[in-house]
Write a new protein. Structure first.
Ligand code: HOZ
Length: 455
């Protein structure tokens, strides 16, 4: 029977049994790799239910949840407005393969919130949104090359699964078997926050760059913020090279502000990819841009893209219910306050335990990076290469201790934590106290390990 590789202080018996069934039936026992808990050396926890800020697993353990389904649940789990909207739609049918009025309402909300989006196409996931945005950029410009950021994640689109480990080389190397070298060869990788590298890529491929595809705030190597003016300079370079700028705001859209990272930084892309929050936790994605660009999409234009379940009425209803509960102020101001307190509390707890860390945060999404042991004071993470220096063993220890204390964090150093409107300052204080315990425990463990290694 499959067992958790690291023993923890609370019982995961039922999860463990489910996992042993799951591994026989699904690759790695999961439907998406990160939830396997592999990178923290544990077997996955199976969730029974989620309410508000809390998750309950099948063994009855309760957690303050900071995974929040990797971002969509800005209102928390099972929000009453969302449940009511879904119940209402369920009674009317689950999929029509025809147009429904909910699509228009959600499209109106999105185009009102995002100044750069005049028209939108709904799809079923962030991956689909990214894939389709790339096709649109290539179709509209008649060019092939896409520049991406090292460590940038745009779903499992072939051309974007190019290893940052390839050292930001001119031509990409596929980072997964099964990807044609030819699809990766049209991808150029540059480091985030490095405008000279981007300029050099434009110079090297003059007239051939269709688009720069980027998360304006990186979120899939942990949260990494753009440096002052970086996004504006990227925008300017794209414009002068005749290339499109695609912002992947699947994570940041309606999360870091009502109008996403582009609203926060005042930099407008040509195409925006959305997902997560716009589906309120149901499978959804969307891409949008100017009327001129979006009218290139079939059936208005020649760039083909389709989907039987696109604009699915349940997903539209969940997205609408979620967006209707948001406005430019609320809940962003209280979320940011909780984020700030959590950030400060984590840093103080780490200082106290003598563990070198950095916290990167945009409103209610953040990452606690475990820096290498001899990191300079004040060190930060500004790109993929920096992120890769982090102490993943220390993160695994921290994750395990937090889990044992009833706090669910993302099971990887390279993911973001999410705070929802259902969290309270009490949850945040509780988390900080538990983080203090976890950091002290892990500091001792790591020190013992290091002493043993030296001896
Ligand atoms: N980094 C992913 C979300 N942007 C994690 C979710 C997943 O792959 O399952």
């Amino acid at each position: 029977m499959a067992k958790a590789k690291v023993k923890t202080g609370i019982s995961f018996e039922k999860s463990s049994k489910l996992y042993s069934r799951a591994v026989d039936l699904m690759p790695g026992g999961v439907s998406s790799p990160v939830r396997s808990f592999k990178s923290v050396g544990l077997a996955p926890v199976f969730v029974q239910s989620g309410h508000g800020a809390y998750l309950k697993d099948v063994d009855g353990n309760r957690y303050i949840d900071y995974v929040m389904s990797y971002g969509p649940l800005i209102l928390g789990h099972a929000h009453p407005a969302l449940r009511a909207a879904l119940a209402k739609q369920l009674g009317k049918g689950t999929s029509f393969g025809c147009c429904s009025p909910l699509e228009i309402e959600l499209a109106e909300m999105i185009t009102h919130a995002f100044a750069s989006i005049e028209m939108v196409r709904f799809v079923n996931s962030g991956t689909e949104a990214a894939m389709s945005a790339i096709r649109l950029a290539r179709g509209a410009t008649g060019r092939e090359i896409i520049i991406k950021m090292a460590g940038g994640y745009h779903g499992h689109v072939d051309a974007m699964l190019v290893s940052a480990g390839s050292g930001a080389t001119t031509h990409g190397v596929p980072s997964s078997p099964g990807i044609l070298r030819s699809s990766a060869q049209s991808t150029v990788v540059v480091p985030f926050n490095d405008i000279s590298a981007l300029q050099a890529a434009f110079d090297a491929h003059s007239g051939a760059i269709a688009a720069v595809m980027m998360e304006p705030i990186m979120g899939n190597i942990g949260v990494v913020l753009p440096e002052q003016d970086y996004l504006r300079k990227v925008r300017d370079l794209c414009r002068s090279a005749g290339a499109l700028l695609i912002f992947d705001e699947v994570m940041t859209g309606f999360r870091v502000s009502f109008s996403g990272a582009q609203g926060l930084y005042g930099v407008m892309p040509d195409i925006t990819c959305l997902g997560k929050i716009i589906g309120g936790g149901l499978p959804v994605g969307a891409y949008g841009g100017s009327r001129k660009l979006m009218n290139q999409i079939s059936p208005a234009g020649p760039v083909y893209q389709a989907g039987t379940l696109s604009g699915n009425p349940l997903a539209m209803a969940a997205g609408l219910a979620t967006l209707q509960a948001l406005d430019p102020e609320s809940p962003y101001a209280p979320l940011a306050l909780m984020g700030k307190r959590l950030e400060e509390g984590l840093i103080a707890a780490a200082d106290n335990a003598g563990v070198p860390v950095a916290v990167a945060r945009a409103g209610s999404m953040l990452t606690l990076f475990f820096l290498p042991r001899h990191a300079d004071a004040g060190a930060t993470i500004s790109n993929y290469a920096d992120a890769l220096t982090c102490d993943t063993a220390a993160y695994a220890c921290f994750f395990t201790s937090m889990l044992e204390q009833g706090v669910m964090l993302p099971p990887s150093q390279f993911e973001a934590w999410f705070i929802s409107a259902a969290h309270t300052m009490d949850d945040i204080e509780d988390t900080i106290t538990k983080a203090g315990t976890a950091l002290n425990r892990c500091a001792k463990l790591m020190a013992r390990k290091n002493t043993a290694a030296v001896a």
